[in-house]
Design a protein around this ligand. Structure first.
Ligand code: MN
Length: 197
């Protein structure tokens, strides 16, 4: 067995939790994003963007807003393997991130900073601490900016809806759209599945 395991692998007992191993290329495409609703010690939304073969990940306590005047805290956490984007289920007690995970939204993104003037790749944008993407999901659509305001071990960013034609302060999908885009289940239904193990 190799000893050079990633932080992600070290934190997970994969056989026990049934989470993806990260060994396959996964079904997440090159420009995919996913938002997983995660009822762990604190309910939050994990926002993940596929960048250079991994899912860059942020824990967003309040989830995405459609209102450009709202800034949502997004704490950067460790990269996840691409195939984690499909994971929905229950991470058992005692495991890292124990709790229920829902595929709340998913889709594709385009890099709004990749135009000719700026010519910034996603990796460069991430490094620079300013990401601008157009999301095309089933619930969330439109431009979003991620701005890093504090570095360190768990860098802190703000997730902000850009002011475009998809902005809508009245729409609150994190309150009104509570079902999985993968299975149609709500959090309770996903959690019940975990009880059968
Ligand atoms: Mn999480």
């Amino acid at each position: 067995m190799g000893s050079d395991k990633s932080e992600y692998d070290k934190k997970r007992n994969l056989e026990k939790s049934g989470e993806p191993s990260g060994n396959s290329s996964g079904s997440a495409g090159k420009n995919s994003f996913v938002i997983q609703k995660h009822d762990a010690s604190h309910l939050h939304y994990d926002f993940r963007l596929a960048i250079d073969g991994a899912l860059k990940s942020w824990a967003v306590p309040k989830g995405p807003s459609m209102d450009p005047s709202e800034k949502r805290l997004a704490v950067e956490v460790e990269d996840h393997p691409l195939d984690y984007a499909d994971f929905e289920g229950v991470i058992p007690e005692g495991e890292y991130g124990a709790g229920t995970v829902m595929v709340w939204d998913r889709g594709t993104y385009s890099n709004l900073r990749a135009d000719k003037e700026k010519d910034s790749s996603m990796a460069e944008s991430h490094k620079a601490g300013l990401i601008e993407v157009w999301l095309k999901g089933e619930k969330i659509e439109g431009g979003y900016a991620l701005k890093r305001f504090r570095g360190g071990k768990k860098p802190q960013w703000l997730l902000i809806k850009m002011d475009d034609e998809k902005a809508d302060a009245r729409r609150k999908p994190t309150s009104t759209e509570n079902e999985s885009v993968k299975s149609g289940r709500d959090m309770d239904e996903i959690a019940e599945e975990g009880d059968d193990d």
